[in-house]
Design a protein around this ligand. Sequence first.
Ligand code: GDP
Length: 485
Amino acid sequence: MFDSLTSKFSKAFSSLRAKGRIKAGDIDEIVEEIRTSLIESDVALSVVEDFVSKISTRSREQLDEVNKSINPSQAIFTIVNEELVALLGGSARRIRYAKRPPTVILLTGLQGAGKTTLAAKLAHHLKKEGNTPLLVASDLQRPNAVTQLQKLGESLNIPVFAPEPGNGVGNAVKVAEAGVAFARDKFHNVVIVDTAGRLGVDEELMKEVSKIRDAVSPDEILFVLDAMVGQDAVRTAEAFNNGVGFDGVVLTKLDGDARGGAALSVVATTGKPIFFASVGEKMEDFELFYPERIASRILGLGDVATLAEQAQRAMESTDAGATARLEKKFADGEDFTLTDFLGQLEAMKKMGSMSKMLSMLPGMPGVGNIKKQLENFDDGELVRTQAIIHSMTPAEREDPKLLNGSRRARIAKGSGRAVSEINNLVDRFLQAQKMMRQMRNGGPGIPGMPSMAGLPGAPKGGGKNQPPKKKSRSGNPAKRALQEG
Ligand code: GDP
């Protein structure tokens, strides 16, 4: 998310940091670099000009104060951060629930923007918060949109109201109306209505969505915007804002190599806040949009708050008993087994994809090494390793010495992997086990922290009790073994 913008900003600030006192010319220089970075990232020109002029004016007005501060470049950085937060909408805005349920949320946007996917993700999120959402499939334009929503609803155990074949098919307004009536009848407190889009903005589309809007009187209309579309985003957003009107924006596909300009332009051009961000195709790839956190990510400060929340969720869903057992084992001097290893892998998986977490780590000097380690991490490897361990018997997991040739061949067949991969895993595991023993005997690392799996727990390698290794490694033995593969 915003990777190219982040690297441009950090380059601009590193030259400013090298300066002690800041002169007016230095401000002009950084403002120019910010202007170029934003334009190259597809931020709308009028938005860029307004933004840089605010930074320039404030920095000049405060120049004396800035130079009195201990760290003048940091003071400029703070001004940029504050303006970026304001550009992204200031404070976070959330769904406003209707006084009398159900709360009706209408999704609008172009075809392919990610509305149907978002409808399901939003329902999933609201359900986790204790709501009883109903999804309504009113996108009757795109072939498969109805079945796509039905499948997603089924996988999440969330009911979907869809037109019955031969009964009102083709009339999206009737489906939406009937869906909301159904929700009221069945006491669903939230209804999410998915609507049709078109490939481009057109009159007919605006008319259809407006008719649905008038029929269901939504409490919130959310405009779903594909962040990858660049400059077009502003035009599309303005067309929907004028044609249908909306209360807030959802940015999708922020996981792509989007230059991020859409996100930065849309609040300023429509005056509407961003509610949520969609960062992938999976149902969990959904984030509440916090302007301060996003500004932090853009400025290379990372998003430790979101990272901590994900870690917290992973911990809550991790088998606390397994963690306690592992800690006790460690304290009692017992060996770390493949069962424990599997538990750690599962905890790591729950923390989400390493590459996504990576984007939330601060890009400050010093953590670069950790970032590099994580960048080399292959999430697919985790799944393959799990499959292999799952094919072992409990006895084999407790005592890998049982794993003779014929057992290894059986496991390879069961997990669909090559025998060499089984050999490799067992070797790496034995090394990890050895490492755990060494840590217990006073080596480096934070032992027994499976609940923090995925976070760079222990200091990097190099302790004198460790076997010599080429690369620096993570403190999590499971991750470490995978990395060394
Ligand atoms: P709709 O036409 O607006 O309903 O769009 P869909 O929900 O069908 O999404 C269009 C495509 O984009 C599908 O292939 C989705 O899987 C994909 N998609 C949706 N949201 C995201 C996202 O946040 N990231 C990525 N990478 N793909 C997404």
